[in-house]
Design a protein around this ligand. Sequence first.
Ligand code: C2E
Ligand code: MG
Ligand code: MG
Length: 528
Amino acid sequence: MNRKRIVWESILLGFPCVLLPVLLMGYLAWMLNLHSAQQRLESLAVVASGRASGTVNEAAGALKRIAGSHLVPCTPESIDEMRLLTINTFSVKSVGYVEEEVFACGSWGSMGQHVKPWREDFTTTDGVRVSIGVQPHIVHAKPMMALQYAAFNVLVDPEQFLQVPLEDNVHLAVGTAGGHLVSTSRPGVERFLSRVHTGSAKGLEEGYLYTLVHSGDWVAIAALSRQELLQGLIRMELLLLPIGGLIAGGLAVVLIRRTRQRLSPLAELRLAVRRRQFIVHYQPIMRLSDGRCIGAEALLRWRRRDGSLVSPDLFIPLAEKSGLILPITDQVFEQVMHDLGPLLVEDRSLHVSINLAAEDVSSGRFLSALERALDKSGVHPGQIWLEATERGFVAIESARAAMNRARALGYQAAIDDFGTGFSSLQHLQQLPLDILKIDKSFVDTLDPDTGAGSVTTHIIDMARSLGLQIVAEGIETQAQADYLRRQGVQFGQGWYFAKAMPAEAFKCFYQAHVPAVSPGEPISTAVV
Ligand code: C2E
Ligand code: MG
Ligand code: MG
């Protein structure tokens, strides 16, 4: 995946990551605010409707008691009883006795005044006739609720229904189950009384959040206006939005970190391994005596999606550090067999040299991968040189064991970049080796005209005394090639002969430099 796409993906993912928590918290604040407001309204409406039915029940009870009294109406005893009832019954404001449209007497005393009968709004289940918003017969007072039973009536102040601990911003109204308004704390919400018939007990309509509660013949409505609801919402948002902001910030940090990781060289390399973006180039290895090609070193390249090739020096250290080198080595084995397998079968004198990382050697796991790659290819193990640098032998015991096993199976073991590490003759003696590769840095020190160089000569002598075959790396001039040949170095590789090239180019190069077998001369170290 290229970097641009990763960045775009992260930007696109970033939007929901940042927006969603904020939106969710906004929505949560709205829902919580709505829920808590509705609960508040419901509890107020329950209290108000309970108070309405309780007050009316109390007044109706008192009314029935006096109507059932055996005292003769309007006698001084009966009037006293009416007065007593007014005093003792909290909900009853006055008592009256009306016979044939004449207010005969009441808690005010004897009257005998002609009155207009009140309009009856409904009759309760126990036969009490209820009139709402009536003008008291005797005094000019505020509208009251009248309860009538037989010729007796009591007046009840409906404002008592609203005597609940009321917050300023809540509207409260009490009405009858038939939809008549009885009392309201503030006008505006009585229209919701019609909901009694439609059955919806709560909702957000016409600029109000309302809740409607029934209790017997009574209905209470508690409501909050939209503005008051929004104020509650703002308080809740102020509480929850910072949390949403924190979550969004956290997600953004995670996303940025993840993006940086994905853009990191290691993530790119990991993806390259998964996508098998590696190819192998081959640098010919030449026999110095006659300039014939006797093998090739497999050199890894990372081919990016844009087609550019990355040199192994740039990614092998990271691959070794991260452990990705192990699957990379496996891919090299497979690629080499795919590229050169048939040619190696055709020419048993040809070999291919494969680089192993220190971890490959110390773990010894390369052997099974190599075996799998060689399986059914027909290539002989002797046609495979395994190159390990001196670093590969740091874990000396395990490396030695692995290389011994490899040699026992027929592979050829080479020490690569010899001379750049800690190797001494004594150390070299202990390693299970067949080939020594002199590092380019020593070849570089050879005299440009004569090719002579004392350190290189010393290394050559050392290798010869150990019976190792020698490959000189990095030969760039004919003088170097000539000098090394004269010193008895059998093989060489370097730009003087050819640079590393793709498999097809190498095959052409090989055809042009096919080894000529001369009697008595070794063709290569390949074991057939
Ligand atoms: P190396 O194994 O010592 O390979 C020789 C390096 O020297 C190659 O570099 C080659 O292209 C370069 N070279 C050869 N002749 C000349 C010359 O005449 N002049 C100059 N200036 N350079 C020359 P390359 O291909 O960049 O590989 C660098 C190193 O990366 C290799 O050094 C090897 O240590 C490592 N490497 C390459 N392929 C693999 C692999 O498949 N696995 C592992 N573990 N390491 C690899
Ligand atoms: Mg090498
Ligand atoms: Mg080398």
